[in-house]
Design a protein around this ligand. Structure first.
Ligand code: 6PG
Length: 264
């Protein structure tokens, strides 16, 4: 067992279903937003793609009691990963967030930092996004940004963001953002690198669905080789790591680690 394995002890919160998952995630979002805005005057969040966060995005936008008190002009959205497609493409993570939340909230356009993935050169897309981050966070060479909240999901193969098992990006500690070649899609994906996520103040994983149960058990309770489950490599060095999982995804977890909240 490597030294890092011993320190992998994330908080895992089990909830009954997807509604409870979105509510619990919204509470984290609101709390982090308030704390960050109070202490530093702004709140920086990286969004994830995939289907799981859509319910959270909709809840933040559609529930007036949540939307109204949030200081949207102090909130800045970034993307942890993006598909190499233009922003209007059905697969675009930006488009997903735009439809679920961005066009429904009073956020200034300059607070929405999308990946310019319409550029056909994927490496250039990554370089430009990294440059934008360096400017925004005023980073010196070798420094990483400290996001207030990182939202992540996990695929059934253990990938997170666009950090897929066995891919080059898993070993990159030099860049903030890279174009990662994904063999099974025969495509590049643009993704932040592991050290960026690990320098965040708060990393929140949202995992839903029975098909993720076995991988989730292996990721949270077994541990494997370095590249097998990239989601396991996310462990903030000076931040909080919370996994919120629904009953389907969490059904194989050890009891002590899985306080499923029942509706009854
Ligand atoms: C993406 C992601 C990706 C996603 C997982 C889980 O761009 O697809 O950022 O890492 O979070 O694949 O996706 P689901 O929520 O759809 O299961």
């Amino acid at each position: 067992m490597i030294e890092g394995e011993l320190r992998f002890n994330p908080e895992v919160r089990g909830v009954a279903g997807s509604e409870e998952l979105y509510c619990a995630a919204a509470m984290v979002f609101i709390q982090q937003a308030r704390d960050s805005i109070e202490t530093r005057g702004l709140f920086t969040v990286t969004l994830s793609g995939g289907s799981t966060p859509i319910g959270l995005y909709r809840l933040l936008a559609d529930d007036l009691t949540i939307r109204a008190p949030l200081a949207w002009d102090k909130i800045h959205f970034f993307w942890g990963d993006e598909r190499h497609v233009p922003p209007e493409h059905p697969d675009s993570n930006y488009r997903l967030a735009k439809e679920a939340i961005l066009e429904k909230i009073p956020i200034p356009p300059e607070n929405v930092h999308r990946v310019r993935s319409e550029n056909p050169n994927a490496h250039q897309v990554a370089e430009e996004y990294e440059e934008m981050l360096r400017t925004f966070f005023r980073l010196e060479a070798g420094e990483y940004p400290r996001f207030d909240l990182v939202l992540l999901g996990m695929g059934s193969d253990g990938h997170t963001a666009s950090l897929f098992p066995g891919t080059e990006a898993l070993h990159d500690e030099r860049h903030l953002v890279v174009a990662n070649w994904i063999e099974k899609f025969q495509a590049y994906r643009i993704t932040m690198t592991i050290p960026v996520f690990n320098h965040a103040a708060f990393v929140l994983f949202l995992v839903s669905g029975e098909e993720k149960a076995e991988t989730l058990r292996l990721v949270l309770e077994e541990g494997r080789g370095k590249d097998t489950f990239p989601a396991r490599l996310i462990r903030p060095c000076e931040g909080k790591l919370l996994w919120i999982v629904d009953q389907g995804a969490g059904r194989l977890l050890h009891k002590a680690n899985n306080p499923i909240e029942s509706k009854e």
